[in-house]
Design a protein. Sequence first.
Length: 207
Amino acid sequence: MKQRALVVAASGGGSNLQALIDAIAADSLAMRIALVISDQPACGAVQRALAHNIAVCALPYPRRATAIQRIAWETQAMQVVDCFAPDIILLSGFMRILSSTTLAHVTVPLLNQHPALLPDDGGDTVTLSDGRTIPALRGAHVVRDAIAQRLPVTGCTIHRVVPEVDRGPVLSRAEVTVYPDDDEVTLHSRIRAVEQQLLITTMQTFV
Protein backbone atom coordinates (compact mmCIF):
# COMPACT_ATOMS: atom_id res chain seq x y z
CA MET A 1 0.00 0.00 0.00
CA LYS A 2 1.27 3.46 -0.88
CA GLN A 3 2.47 5.41 2.14
CA ARG A 4 0.77 8.72 2.75
CA ALA A 5 2.99 11.75 2.14
CA LEU A 6 3.41 14.16 5.03
CA VAL A 7 4.72 17.72 4.83
CA VAL A 8 5.90 19.21 8.12
CA ALA A 9 6.22 22.96 8.67
CA ALA A 10 8.46 23.90 11.60
CA SER A 11 10.28 26.89 13.03
CA GLY A 12 12.09 25.44 16.05
CA GLY A 13 14.15 22.59 17.37
CA GLY A 14 12.20 19.84 15.66
CA SER A 15 11.73 17.45 18.59
CA ASN A 16 8.25 16.55 17.36
CA LEU A 17 9.63 16.06 13.86
CA GLN A 18 12.20 13.69 15.35
CA ALA A 19 9.41 11.75 17.05
CA LEU A 20 7.78 11.28 13.65
CA ILE A 21 11.07 10.24 12.05
CA ASP A 22 11.68 7.71 14.83
CA ALA A 23 8.13 6.30 14.64
CA ILE A 24 8.42 5.83 10.88
CA ALA A 25 11.82 4.15 11.26
CA ALA A 26 10.35 1.80 13.88
CA ASP A 27 7.44 0.90 11.59
CA SER A 28 5.03 2.44 14.10
CA LEU A 29 3.75 4.95 11.57
CA ALA A 30 3.12 4.02 7.94
CA MET A 31 3.85 7.42 6.43
CA ARG A 32 6.75 9.14 4.75
CA ILE A 33 7.89 12.68 5.41
CA ALA A 34 8.04 14.13 1.92
CA LEU A 35 9.20 17.61 2.88
CA VAL A 36 10.12 19.80 5.83
CA ILE A 37 9.48 23.48 5.23
CA SER A 38 10.72 26.21 7.52
CA ASP A 39 10.85 29.97 7.87
CA GLN A 40 14.06 29.60 9.94
CA PRO A 41 16.84 28.10 7.79
CA ALA A 42 19.16 27.54 10.76
CA CYS A 43 16.60 25.88 13.04
CA GLY A 44 16.95 22.44 14.54
CA ALA A 45 14.08 21.01 12.52
CA VAL A 46 15.95 21.76 9.29
CA GLN A 47 19.10 20.13 10.65
CA ARG A 48 17.18 17.02 11.74
CA ALA A 49 15.55 16.71 8.32
CA LEU A 50 18.87 17.03 6.50
CA ALA A 51 20.44 14.44 8.81
CA HIS A 52 17.75 11.97 7.73
CA ASN A 53 17.89 12.82 4.01
CA ILE A 54 14.47 14.45 4.03
CA ALA A 55 13.83 17.17 1.46
CA VAL A 56 13.97 20.66 2.96
CA CYS A 57 12.65 24.01 1.82
CA ALA A 58 14.05 26.80 4.00
CA LEU A 59 12.53 30.16 3.12
CA PRO A 60 13.66 33.02 5.36
CA TYR A 61 10.71 35.07 6.56
CA PRO A 62 11.14 38.84 6.17
CA ARG A 63 11.57 40.79 9.39
CA ARG A 64 8.54 42.94 10.14
CA ALA A 65 6.89 41.50 7.05
CA THR A 66 4.24 43.62 5.37
CA ALA A 67 0.96 42.06 4.27
CA ILE A 68 2.29 41.88 0.70
CA GLN A 69 5.53 40.20 1.83
CA ARG A 70 3.57 37.75 3.95
CA ILE A 71 1.37 36.69 1.03
CA ALA A 72 4.42 36.46 -1.25
CA TRP A 73 6.16 34.17 1.26
CA GLU A 74 3.10 31.95 1.63
CA THR A 75 2.61 31.78 -2.14
CA GLN A 76 6.19 30.69 -2.69
CA ALA A 77 5.99 28.18 0.14
CA MET A 78 2.78 26.63 -1.16
CA GLN A 79 4.21 26.34 -4.66
CA VAL A 80 6.96 24.18 -3.20
CA VAL A 81 4.57 22.19 -1.01
CA ASP A 82 2.30 21.47 -3.97
CA CYS A 83 5.23 19.93 -5.87
CA PHE A 84 5.41 17.22 -3.19
CA ALA A 85 1.69 16.36 -3.44
CA PRO A 86 1.15 15.88 0.29
CA ASP A 87 -1.71 13.89 1.75
CA ILE A 88 -1.39 15.73 5.07
CA ILE A 89 0.29 18.96 6.19
CA LEU A 90 1.36 19.35 9.82
CA LEU A 91 2.28 22.62 11.49
CA SER A 92 4.66 21.49 14.22
CA GLY A 93 6.09 24.40 16.14
CA PHE A 94 5.55 26.58 13.09
CA MET A 95 5.41 30.15 14.37
CA ARG A 96 3.52 31.83 11.52
CA ILE A 97 -0.20 32.40 11.17
CA LEU A 98 -1.30 31.43 7.68
CA SER A 99 -3.64 33.72 5.77
CA SER A 100 -7.18 32.75 4.86
CA THR A 101 -6.08 32.79 1.21
CA THR A 102 -3.48 30.11 1.88
CA LEU A 103 -5.87 28.07 4.00
CA ALA A 104 -8.42 28.13 1.18
CA HIS A 105 -5.74 26.82 -1.19
CA VAL A 106 -5.04 23.74 0.94
CA THR A 107 -7.32 20.82 0.09
CA VAL A 108 -5.71 18.13 2.29
CA PRO A 109 -5.93 17.86 6.08
CA LEU A 110 -3.98 20.72 7.66
CA LEU A 111 -3.17 20.07 11.31
CA ASN A 112 -1.56 22.10 14.08
CA GLN A 113 0.07 21.06 17.34
CA HIS A 114 -0.74 23.36 20.25
CA PRO A 115 0.99 23.05 23.66
CA ALA A 116 -2.15 23.72 25.70
CA LEU A 117 -5.67 22.36 25.99
CA LEU A 118 -8.28 23.63 23.54
CA PRO A 119 -12.04 22.94 23.71
CA ASP A 120 -14.15 21.08 21.18
CA ASP A 121 -16.45 24.05 20.65
CA GLY A 122 -13.79 26.69 19.90
CA GLY A 123 -14.80 28.53 23.06
CA ASP A 124 -12.80 30.15 25.82
CA THR A 125 -12.89 27.43 28.48
CA VAL A 126 -11.89 23.77 28.62
CA THR A 127 -13.54 21.13 30.81
CA LEU A 128 -10.96 18.79 32.29
CA SER A 129 -11.38 15.04 32.67
CA ASP A 130 -12.29 15.54 36.35
CA GLY A 131 -14.97 18.11 35.54
CA ARG A 132 -13.03 21.23 36.50
CA THR A 133 -12.92 24.13 34.06
CA ILE A 134 -9.85 26.11 33.01
CA PRO A 135 -9.30 28.92 30.48
CA ALA A 136 -8.38 27.94 26.93
CA LEU A 137 -4.88 29.29 26.31
CA ARG A 138 -4.10 30.55 22.83
CA GLY A 139 -1.14 32.31 21.26
CA ALA A 140 2.61 31.85 21.26
CA HIS A 141 3.32 31.74 25.02
CA VAL A 142 0.76 29.33 26.40
CA VAL A 143 3.21 27.34 28.56
CA ARG A 144 4.29 30.54 30.29
CA ASP A 145 0.64 31.56 30.58
CA ALA A 146 -0.29 28.28 32.27
CA ILE A 147 2.26 28.98 35.00
CA ALA A 148 1.37 32.67 35.30
CA GLN A 149 -2.31 31.82 35.73
CA ARG A 150 -1.46 29.04 38.20
CA LEU A 151 -3.50 26.48 36.32
CA PRO A 152 -3.60 23.04 37.96
CA VAL A 153 -3.55 21.29 34.61
CA THR A 154 -2.50 22.15 31.07
CA GLY A 155 -1.70 19.85 28.18
CA CYS A 156 -1.54 19.65 24.41
CA THR A 157 -3.98 19.57 21.52
CA ILE A 158 -3.89 18.57 17.88
CA HIS A 159 -6.51 20.34 15.79
CA ARG A 160 -7.41 21.21 12.23
CA VAL A 161 -6.38 24.68 11.10
CA VAL A 162 -9.04 27.28 10.34
CA PRO A 163 -8.76 31.05 9.81
CA GLU A 164 -9.63 31.67 13.47
CA VAL A 165 -6.35 31.00 15.27
CA ASP A 166 -6.34 27.93 17.54
CA ARG A 167 -10.08 27.42 17.15
CA GLY A 168 -10.24 24.59 14.61
CA PRO A 169 -11.91 21.23 15.24
CA VAL A 170 -10.02 19.26 17.87
CA LEU A 171 -8.70 15.84 16.84
CA SER A 172 -7.03 14.87 20.11
CA ARG A 173 -5.71 16.28 23.35
CA ALA A 174 -3.96 15.13 26.50
CA GLU A 175 -3.68 16.61 29.98
CA VAL A 176 -0.46 17.41 31.85
CA THR A 177 -0.36 18.30 35.55
CA VAL A 178 1.26 21.61 36.48
CA TYR A 179 3.40 21.22 39.61
CA PRO A 180 3.94 24.06 42.13
CA ASP A 181 7.69 24.18 41.41
CA ASP A 182 7.34 24.09 37.63
CA ASP A 183 8.95 26.75 35.50
CA GLU A 184 8.44 27.23 31.78
CA VAL A 185 11.30 24.88 30.90
CA THR A 186 10.27 21.95 33.11
CA LEU A 187 6.60 22.21 32.21
CA HIS A 188 7.28 22.52 28.50
CA SER A 189 9.55 19.47 28.66
CA ARG A 190 6.77 17.33 30.15
CA ILE A 191 4.20 18.69 27.72
CA ARG A 192 6.52 17.90 24.81
CA ALA A 193 6.91 14.26 25.91
CA VAL A 194 3.13 13.80 26.06
CA GLU A 195 2.67 15.78 22.85
CA GLN A 196 4.96 13.46 20.92
CA GLN A 197 2.99 10.39 22.00
CA LEU A 198 -0.26 12.14 21.13
CA LEU A 199 1.11 13.14 17.73
CA ILE A 200 2.00 9.59 16.72
CA THR A 201 -1.34 8.22 17.90
CA THR A 202 -3.23 10.93 16.04
CA MET A 203 -1.24 10.57 12.83
CA GLN A 204 -1.92 6.82 12.85
CA THR A 205 -5.61 7.61 12.35
CA PHE A 206 -4.76 9.11 8.94
CA VAL A 207 -2.96 6.00 7.65
